[in-house]
Write a protein that binds this ligand. Sequence first.
Ligand SMILES: *Cc1c(COP(=O)(O)O)cnc(C)c1O
Length: 392
Amino acid sequence: MADAVRQFEEAFASWSGLAHTFAFWKGRAALYAVLRGLGVGSGDEVLLPGYTCVMNVNPIKYVGARPVYADIDPATFNIDPRLLEAKLTPRTRAIIAQHTYGYPCDMDALLALAGRRGLAVIEDCCLALGSTYKGRLCGTFGAAGYWSFQWNKPFTTGLGGMAATAEESLAGKIRALVAGELRPPSTKAAMMLTLERAIYRLLIFPRTTAAATALFRWMTRKRIVVGSSDSGEFEPTMGEGFFAGMSPGQARAGLRQIRKVAANLAHRRAMRKVYEDLLREAKWEVPPLPDFMDPVLVRYPVRVADKARAVAEAPRHGVELGTWFEIPLHPKETPMERYDYEAGMCPVAERACREVVNLPMHPRADEATARRSVEFLKTIGPAPPRASEKGP
Ligand SMILES: *Cc1c(COP(=O)(O)O)cnc(C)c1O
């Protein structure tokens, strides 16, 4: 039973080159395990970008620490290292390097700062499976990395997550935590997720898409879908069953996915090039990236003139438009004041929230999808230039 989980952990270890891997029911539980393993706790501060998901902030709150938000680089949507020094206090313990959309963080700068100030770097690779920086895989630079395998992520086990580290001592602490506190997922939730994965596979084939969609809707109405988040997760208190392990069904899905990972990553690299070429042809700004970054994107982010209109009109044009991140602590329902975010804290990120939509790169999206998507965006128009945002 648990063999499949162990096998998936081993497969992920060999893919990432990180010796110690720990699989979880969700990615957020992986971050929680890493924070606990590092001994981050009451009164400590953790730096992260003000352009993230609330589910990423919860684990920080759960361990009793305080999230401290730093603004982002407008080109990569990643935490701007130049702003961090000013945010440090004697209580700062860790930086979460979230590789947003798949763009690698400025790891040289983050590691230099962390080294000088004795901070741990934790890499959030939930959107960046396979991205590399100076030839090295994202997730292998800091004390630990974590990945999510939720539906919208680069590969999916329905829900799911992984933490990985090369550090023996951190691995020992996480292992002890897992042995002492990790619960198995509820049998009902694991079974429902298996059913959802089966339906999800049917979505892929045009002949079964409509039926599968209808079935999903019916299940949602009957409240028998295992959601990515439940309402209790919009408040910073850890609920029953949060710290759950991966089910064997998730692990088997993960094993199938990881066998195909090279093709998945190659497809995403090719799709990025397709989007960039189409946007350049349309005379849209495509921010240049340094050659030493090889991002594998989860979705392709684009800044548009009118996000609300784009979101409203996309379905009619058959365009699968994504909206993350809608607010600095996505999604819109997040009560940000309970998570220590005050409006205006991260103006560059707030502007990105107003402007950025994202386009599909998943295995079912092809060049025709990209063409249709970009043609549609042309009817909306690009966001105004952001020359005033070049930073300090
Ligand atoms: C999805 C996501 C997470 C959390 O992953 P779950 O598996 O949903 O818990 C964390 N960070 C980022 C950047 C994400 O996109």
